[in-house]
Structure formats: structure tokens, C-alpha cells
Design a protein around this ligand. Structure first.
Ligand code: GLA
Length: 384
């Protein structure tokens, strides 16, 4: 934070008025089902994005970031559209929808800094979006709820940036709470907090360091495939999204799909939604072994049916399956690279890290980054 304040002074020749922080997220289980009306179980983490900000009198939004060289100075307009692929499109999109919703804003000098690894699938984009929405709401006293900030931020991603993501990431970084997992119904947005108690085990994030390059196009492809499967399954039932269908019902109706790829996609979605319900019970009853088994089953389904894993993530999870102090592991987030998570016996974490690193190096040629994590708070203001 000191460094951020110092840099802000260097760049804007005054101190920041306020500092905000928004975390990234991991998803414990319930992958690729948020945009199918499913229930997911994510949590916020301790890494995230910082924003130092001051108002200015020249009706200008100034975007700067310690992580990227590109900057932008944009005069206050009625609306904005995306320019190229630069990072500042995310906060700009949030400003755009605030203006479109009729909120008066005035100029801001903004300096961002993120410590989430880029391209690792820990939701750096949701983090910067919700961070901007929270800061705008606080500075201009708009009285917007956290839920509404998540909804607006998702709109930025869908309509301004062009990724058909669900609500999970934005909702989690807005609403996360310490030491709890969120159980979020992405259709109704009903949610509850489940205490995340892992006894002798700790939650570990493993960054494969394989950047999620094709992620956006492949993600949109899966989104379209689910829409196509739904259309076919709808003929035989009145469902509005894939997660309204039980596995038993799917078995009776799957012949309607008549396309092996779409059938696999739908089977993943429907079975993953059921796994989340089982995982919630396992967490509530303290049955971590069952929780871990569901994590492995989720990974297998994402690998074989949804086809969003990859050699790097599979290598990590394969190793975890053979490691005695690991009770469960899976890829987390969109996939195609990025991170895996695992539950590891706390007193074996050093041994696990050394052995996994050795195995991964042999198979992939590079080292993963391994760090312990626990569920953290959502977006908030920081007091220097
Ligand atoms: C990305 C999206 C989320 C969700 C996950 C997969 O993180 O932004 O909405 O779909 O992938 O579960």
C-alpha cells in the first residue's frame, strides 16, 4: 500500500483520497454451470486488485496501473466503447454502465495494482470490475448494493468486453466472507455462507503457469454448445436451463440431443450441479473425504466430458491422486490452463510442494507456483 501511495504521488502530484481492494476468487466446486443456472461453491481469496483514487476537477478519467505500461486519459462523455484489448477497458466498462444507468460521475485519477497472477484464472477481470464499481459507489454515494455491483460488472464482461461468462466471479469477489464458502444459486441469486472448515487439511492453489490463451474463444464455444443442448432437451420438458434437469430425467431425455459432443457437455453440467449439492452436505457434516472425492470427480468430468482441462492441469491432478496427504484436487475456473486447487494435510505441505514441483518439471518442463490460501473478504475500502 505504501508503494501504491508513493507511486500515486509521483504520477498525479497529490495523494490519493481513498484506497480500495477487491480480491480474486477460486471455485471449490461447480464449474461451468453458473451460465447454465446451476449452484456453485466459490470463495474469495487474499490476493486481488488495489485502487488508489482521487477526484479531479477537469472531468477526466485517468487510468494508470503499476502492472501495465498503457494509460488512458478520457474526458467525461455520455458513454464509452471498448478500445483495443488494453486492461483499462474493464474499469472503463464499469464507468460506462454507471453513466448509462443515469448516475452522475465526475473526473477521477486512478492508479491500479494487482497481485493476482495474470492469465491464471483467478478472476483478475472480475476483481478490477467490482473494485471500480465499489469505488464509484463509495465516492459518488450511489447506494448501490453489492449484488447490483456484481450484476453490473457481469454486464461489462458480457456486453462491453464480449465474454459470455456467468455471474459467479463477480458475485464472489463482491460478497465473499472470511473462512466461508459461498453457496450461490446462479439462477435465482439466492445464496448462503458455508463455514469452510478443513481440519488437518489446508487449501492449496497450484498455478500451472500455463496461460489461458485460447480461453475466451473456447469459453464462448462451450456457452453456445450448452445453449444448443438446452434447445434440444427442451422439446421433451419445460426446462429453462440445463441445471433444472436431474440426472435421472436426463437419462430419459438424452436421446433427444443426438449429437455426442453436445450430449457430453450436458452430462457434465447436470452431474456437476448434483455434485455441488453433495459437496455442500459433505461440508456441512464435516465429511472432508467425500468432499475431496467430489473434487476429483469434478475434474474428471471437466477433462473428459466438458474438455476444458489440459495437459498441465491434468498432470497436477494426476500427481495429487497418487499423493497420500492429498484428499482431493481439481482444476478451478474456466480451465484451458490456469490454476488447480487441492486439499493437502497441513504438515505435509512442504513435502507436497517439493514432490509436485519435481514431477511437474519432468512432465511439463517448467515449475508450478504453489501457495496456501483460505477464503477471504470481498471488496472493501482500506485505511492507510
Ligand atoms: C469463468 C467465468 C465464470 C464461470 C467459470 C467456470 O471464471 O467467468 O462465470 O463460468 O469460468 O465455472
Amino acid at each position: 500500500m505504501d508503494e501504491l501511495i508513493k507511486e500515486f504521488r509521483n504520477r498525479f502530484h497529490k495523494g490519493p483520497e481513498r484506497i480500495f481492494f477487491c480480491p480474486g476468487r477460486i471455485n471449490l466446486i461447480g464449474e461451468h454451470i453458473d451460465y447454465n443456472g446451476g449452484t456453485v461453491m466459490p470463495c474469495a481469496i487474499s490476493l486481488g486488485t488495489y485502487l488508489a483514487v482521487s477526484r479531479n476537477i477537469d472531468k477526466c478519467f485517468r487510468f494508470q496501473c503499476l502492472n501495465f505500461p498503457e494509460t488512458a486519459d478520457l474526458h467525461l462523455q455520455e458513454s464509452y466503447s471498448k478500445t483495443g484489448k488494453q486492461w483499462f477497458n474493464y474499469p472503463l466498462g464499469v464507468i460506462n454502465y454507471f453513466l448509462q444507468e443515469g448516475h452522475d460521475l465526475s473526473g477521477l485519477d486512478m492508479l491500479f495494482y494487482g497481485n493476482l497472477p495474470i492469465g491464471a484464472g483467478l478472476s483478475s477481470s472480475a476483481s478490477i470490475e467490482v473494485l471500480t464499481a465499489f469505488a464509484l459507489d463509495e465516492i459518488f454515494q450511489k447506494g448501490i448494493s453489492r449484488k447490483a455491483m456484481a450484476i453490473l460488472s457481469r454486464k461489462v464482461e458480457n456486453e462491453f468486453i464480449g465474454v459470455n461468462c456467468g455471474i459467479m466471479d463477480q458475485f464472489t469477489v463482491a460478497m465473499g466472507r472470511r473462512k466461508t464458502a459461498l453457496l450461490l444459486n446462479c439462477d435465482t441469486l439466492d445464496y448462503e455462507y458455508l463455514p469452510f472448515e478443513t481440519g488437518a487439511y489446508i487449501l492449496v492453489i497450484i498455478n500451472s503457469n500455463k496461460q489461458r490463451k485460447l480461453a475466451d474463444s473456447k469459453y464462448n464455444e462451450r456457452f453456445t454448445e450448452c445453449g444448443a443442448a438446452l434447445k434440444l432437451l427442451k422439446q421433451g420438458s419445460g426446462i429453462n436451463n440445463l441445471c433444472e434437469m436431474s440426472i435421472a430425467e436426463f437419462e430419459l431425455k438424452r436421446h433427444l440431443i443426438n449429437n455426442p459432443v453436445l450430449e457430453k457437455r450436458a452430462l457434465h453440467v447436470i452431474s456437476e450441479n448434483a455434485r455441488v449439492a453433495d459437496a455442500a452436505i459433505a461440508l456441512q457434516t464435516g465429511d472432508l473425504e467425500v468432499f475431496g472425492k467430489l473434487m476429483y470427480a469434478s475434474h474428471q468430468s471437466l477433462r473428459d466430458l466438458y474438455e476444458v482441462s489440459g495437459k498441465e492441469l491434468d498432470t497436477i491432478v494426476d500427481f495429487c491422486r497418487t499423493y497420500r496427504g492429498c484428499i482431493g484436487a481439481r482444476m478451478t475456473g474456466a480451465g484451458f490452463g490456469g490454476c488447480a486447487i487441492a486439499l493437502i494435510k497441513e504438515d505435509q505441505i512442504d513435502d507436497f510442494s517439493i514432490k509436485l514441483t519435481g514431477y511437474y518439471r519432468k512432465q511439463i518442463g517448467t515449475a508450478p507456483d504453489i501457495f496456501a490460501s483460505e477464503p477471504g473478504e470481498g471488496v472493501r475500502e482500506l485505511k492507510p
